[in-house]
Design a protein around this ligand. Structure first.
Ligand code: ADP
Ligand code: MG
Length: 343
């Protein structure tokens, strides 16, 4: 109960991008190898997320759209380790169904036929048989049609689509082994191959010039180094996990006039952490032109006990118990990648 309360406090659907985020997380939780997102008018008119995951049994559809539907967490401790499990609120479909016209259509791989359920402004319809391929399709039409006050806060279509694009991009880069695509008003924005190769995902999302300007990062603590952080020291004490930094960062000449492409991920989850961004920029140490920022897709792995990402469930902020150690690891990781290329 404590867990549910703590989560529910932050559960608000702000805009189309928040819906897209929840639906993509559900698809990934369902073990999908393909996730196709398409939106109409920046998501304000329609959102559709289709996956080929484990699906939902017909007799479970009603539960899936009900309040506190999740069985994905047991207690508050799981929340702190929640970086590993993306969905942990059990509120997303229920909340979205309250402020839109929602349809969930699904067929588990071993089911003979699919089924669907619709929710309109919180009123739940009957489960009906439906023809569909294996997996799940969630459609969200007319978001906020029954909550005009919230609808008024939506921005222009291009702005809402930018938010959607940012969300889907961050999942596409964090999950190069899943084929993730995005379509806006019938036009493909990008589609990753899902072949597990990060550079190929960057190519799909940001284009050839950026992909070719990316340098590999693969860093782990220097064993026995004199300035071992306490995270490193714990390894010697037999702790199973240590800090690790991998991914891609751009050549100092492959930049944009925006910080938006400084992507950092902690234990597989996209986060914004000013300490990580500062560490990245410090590593470039004067090599960037004024007001220019690199592209990064940087994965930081730390022991789950050392990170708290669920300070507020809707935010992507993260805190580390050992901030200084993580910071210096990231700076060193990026610095070494640049140095390897004579930079
Ligand atoms: P949560 O993800 O926190 O459990 P949601 O409201 O997002 O809560 O989803 C409720 C439940 O519906 C999930 O626990 C899951 O069992 C089921 N579900 C939702 N989306 C999918 C999907 N794409 N594939 C399979 N099952 C899903
Ligand atoms: Mg969910």
């Amino acid at each position: 109960e404590r867990t549910i309360q703590r989560i529910a406090a932050g559960e608000v659907v702000e805009r189309p991008a928040s819906v897209v985020k929840e639906l993509v997380e559900n698809s990934l939780d369902a073990g999908a190898s393909r996730v196709a997102v398409s939106v109409e008018a920046g998501g304000t008119e329609g959102i559709r997320v289709r996956d080929d995951g484990v699906g939902i049994e017909g007799d479970q559809l009603e539960a899936a759209v009900a309040e506190h539907a999740t069985s994905k967490i047991g207690d508050i401790d799981d929340l702190d380790a929640g970086v590993a499990t993306l969905g942990f609120r059990g509120e997303a479909l229920y909340t979205v169904g309250g402020v839109s016209r929602l349809t969930v259509r699904s067929k588990p791989p071993d089911a003979d036929a699919g089924a669907e359920i619709s929710v309109e402004g919180g009123s739940v319809g009957e489960v009906r048989p439906a023809g569909c391929p294996t997996g799940t399709v969630v459609e969200v039409d007319d978001l906020f049609y029954n909550t005009p006050a919230r609808k008024k806060f939506l921005k222009r279509v291009t702005t809402e689509f930018d938010h959607v694009n940012t969300v889907v991009t961050s999942y596409a880069l964090a999950n190069p082994d899943v084929a993730i695509s995005l379509e806006h008003d019938g036009r493909e924005t990008f589609a990753t191959e899902g072949n597990g190769d990060l550079r190929s995902a960057v190519l799909a999302v940001y284009g050839r010039e950026v992909a070719e300007g990316m340098l590999d990062v693969d860093w782990r603590p220097d064993e026995g180094s004199a300035d071992s952080s306490s995270l490193n020291a714990r390894t010697e004490n037999g702790s199973p996990s240590v800090i690790r930094v991998t991914g891609l960062v751009s050549h100092p000449e492959t930049t944009r006039a925006s910080r938006d492409y400084l992507g950092t991920y902690v234990n597989g989850r996209y986060v914004t952490a000013s300490s990580l961004r500062e560490a990245v920029l410090d590593a470039y140490d004067g090599q960037l032109a004024p007001d220019r920022y690199p592209f990064t897709v940087l994965f930081v792995e730390v022991p789950p006990d050392d990170v708290d990402v669920n300070v507020h469930p809707r935010k992507l902020e993260v805190r580390f118990d050992e901030e200084a150690a993580v910071r210096s690891a990231v700076e060193d990781a990026v610095g070494s990648a640049l140095l390897d290329h004579g930079l």
